[in-house]
Design a protein around this ligand. Structure first.
Ligand code: FAD
Length: 640
């Protein structure tokens, strides 16, 4: 890479304390995540850069691959960017960040055109002559659909499997690019930051290579987080199981602000069969599908909203959740059996077939459905170029918070955001790399930290004192039978994850209130204390050369999820209103001033800056924080 400091010369396996050079990988740019955000960035970066893209599991296991509907952009001659912005702001319920929203949506047409050039087989407007080859497509050739919240036809799609088609096209391109290495089954654990730089400087990541069961240190000049959302914190989620918010936690641990974590968008009708993440399209309700009570067969939406099953998503989702909490079954029924068989089979072939394979014939029997966590509107604070608070660290896609989605995402804006911000990063990052020439990197490796060093530190009750905890808390999932630290345990950690998901769904789901959020925090706290005891029996992960055992990895993942859950819950706790995707039973109304909640570990950041601390169990970035003297809601910004 020309014009850059030769930092790689400064990093040897020995200097990093690694057992062997094989455990260290050097690359110009490390991208964590191989979904649409990650691959868009990789493909748009200059070919002169050596790029490594990690994915935690197989490449097709990502939300991008599962996206059905399409990608929104102002492409029709009747449409305008101003109209797209207006619809987005309405959906965002007063919390869209105006500048970033304008910048991202204004780039919509170029983003879709770029996808066409990558060979995405978008559905075309029927033409008399033959269809064009995909790579010759212009956006004017594309067939557009209309989705909820959009004032006109604006959604480009590839049949009803847009995500799969986009990802297949980009994956082929990335695999064929000589400068891009894709590494599936490589799980990033922690970012490497260099505290010699006042803003810290991200220079790589520690990674677990699941193929070879070994820990690797990736050293890079810049890192892009593209690790997707956090839907899998919940029992039922449309996103695949790689989406547990790893990127959000890694960024937090490295010192980034997080925003609007409480805004989790729920889709009303996920298929409620075992662990299925399959969505039952709203179009079925659009065609006359009825939501019924499984025991009585009665339609319950009629009493709730005059639009019945076609009421807005959040209203339908809340009504279903209410039914489920009363019926104890975990689902309600969506009944389309009164519609003609042939119509259902022809118009909903994918849904019909998927259900049929599961033994449900939707032409004859009702479909069990339940709300499902679908989209994380908040995340790592970035601008429209994906720039985060940590130098050299970028973020794009569902892991990031650009403010585009506000309190509620407008359908199909998320794929667009992945491509636009990914391409913006690709334009900005080379400038950053050039500027590295001027940075003093002499003692860089002496100051390299694993941001997750202190992941194990359990918080004490004082860390959440700002939340009034009940004096005699009920522990829902009692650990007393498993308090022996000798019982370490993959299985037990798995059980906690399952229970965490149940709690998050029940208490941090579609409706929330202070009491149940407090209850959940106390429960999580108990789990964290158990973890702290447990990890004392484990060897340390806190050094760059540490070899991680299977147990340690499991416990590390669990600790990360528990910590993220506390941040999400505390963000919800502190929003004393109901807005967009956040509904508080104890604060059912909209506050008069729209505010974005941003959390940052302020005092801890200052403390670490002072001490340059690395030793002594630095827990400063890792505490679940709601003590006002610690990290707190630092910025409540009125928007638009
Ligand atoms: C069923 C479904 C349908 C949807 N339909 C639409 C739609 O029609 N239109 C629309 O705009 N949006 C839709 N969305 C939302 C949209 O698909 C996502 O927001 C978007 O694809 C997110 O892309 P991403 O690149 O940020 O993350 P993802 O595509 O989820 O990719 C995340 C990547 O990060 C990797 N990763 C995670 N953690 C780690 C780690 N620790 N180390 C290494 N790698 C890691 C994963 O392995 C994966 O490669 C839908 C979502 C779902 C689930």
């Amino acid at each position: 890479m020309s014009g850059l400091p030769n930092m790689s010369a400064a990093f040897t396996a020995e200097s990093l304390g690694l057992d062997s050079p094989a455990a260290m990988v050097q690359t110009d740019v490390l991208i964590i995540g191989a979904g649409l955000a990650g691959l868009s960035t990789a493909l748009a970066l200059p070919k002169s850069l050596n790029i490594t893209v990690l994915s935690k599991a197989a490449l097709e296991i990502c939300s991008s691959h599962y996206a059905q509907g399409g990608i929104a952009a102002s492409l029709d001659k009747e449409d305008s960017v101003a109209d797209h912005i207006a619809d987005t702001l309405i959906a965002g319920a007063g919390l869209c960040e105006a500048n970033n929203t304008r910048r991202i949506l204004s780039a919509g047409q170029q983003a879709v055109q770029w996808l066409c050039e990558q060979g995405v087989p978008f559905t075309q407007i029927p033409q008399e002559d033959n269809a064009k080859p995909f790579t010759k497509l212009q956006t004017a050739d594309l067939h557009l659909t209309k989705e909820g919240g959009h004032g006109c036809r604006r959604v480009a799609h590839a049949d009803d499997a847009t995500g799969r088609h986009i990802m297949e096209a980009l994956t082929i391109k990335a695999k064929n690019a000589a400068n891009i290495t894709i590494s599936p089954y490589h799980e990033a654990l922690s970012l490497l930051t260099n505290s010699a730089n006042p803003n810290k400087q991200c220079q790589g990541a520690q990674v677990f290579d699941h193929n070879n069961q070994r820990q690797l240190t990736f050293y890079s000049h810049a890192v892009v987080l593209a690790s997707g959302g956090m839907g899998q914190l919940f029992k039922r989620a449309s996103a695949p199981n790689v989406c547990v918010g790893d990127g959000v936690m890694m960024a937090w641990q490295a010192g980034c602000r997080l925003a609007n974590l409480e805004f989790i968008q729920f889709h009303p009708t996920g298929l409620a069969v075992a662990d299925s993440s399959f969505l039952i399209s709203e179009a079925l309700r659009g065609e006359g599908g009825r939501l019924t009570c499984p025991q009585t067969g009665a339609r319950f939406m009629l009493e709730i909203d005059e639009r019945a099953e076609l009421a807005p998503r959040d209203i339908v989702a809340r009504a279903i959740a209410e039914q489920i909490s009363n019926n104890g079954l975990g689902y309600v029924h969506l009944d389309v059996s009164h519609l003609p068989d042939q119509f259902l089979r022809e118009h909903f072939p994918q849904i019909y077939q998927t259900l049929f394979n599961l033994g449900i014939d939707m032409t004859r029997e009702p479909i069990p459905v339940a709300p499902t966590a679908h989209y994380s509107c908040g995340g790592v604070v970035t601008d429209a170029n994906g720039v985060t608070d940590v130098t050299g660290l970028y973020a794009a896609g569902e892991v990031a918070y650009t403010g585009l989605h506000g309190a509620n995402r407008l359908a199909s804006n998320s794929l667009l955001e992945c491509v636009v911000v990914g391409r913006n990063i690709a334009a900005d990052l080379p400038r950053y790399l050039k500027a590295l020439d001027n940075l003093d990197t002499v003692d860089v490796y002496d100051n390299l930290h694993l941001s997750a060093t202190a992941i194990w530190t359990a918080p004490t009750l004082k860390d959440i004192q700002a939340i009034k905890l009940p004096s005699s808390p009920t522990i829902l999932f009692n650990l007393s039978h498993c308090d022996d630290t000798d019982i370490i345990t993959h299985d037990y950690a798995g059980k906690i994850v399952t229970e965490l998901k149940v709690l998050m769904t029940s208490y941090m789901g579609i409706t929330r209130n202070a009491e149940s959020l407090e209850q959940t925090l106390i429960q999580i706290l108990q789990w964290q204390q158990w973890l702290e005891k447990t990890r004392l029996n484990q060897s340390s992960m806190s050094t760059l050369d540490g070899t991680i055992t299977a147990n340690e990895l499991t416990l590390f993942q669990l600790a990360r999820q528990l910590q993220l859950a506390t941040l999400v819950i505390q963000s919800a706790y502190q929003r004393y209103e109901s807005r967009g995707g956040h509904y508080r039973q104890d604060y059912p109304y909209l506050a008069s001033t729209p505010r974005t909640s941003v959390i940052a570990p302020l005092s801890k950041l200052r403390e670490a800056d002072k001490t340059g601390s690395k030793e002594g169990g630095i827990d400063w970035l890792l505490q679940p924080i709601i003590d006002n003297t610690e990290a707190r809601v630092v910025n409540t910004v009125a928007n638009i």
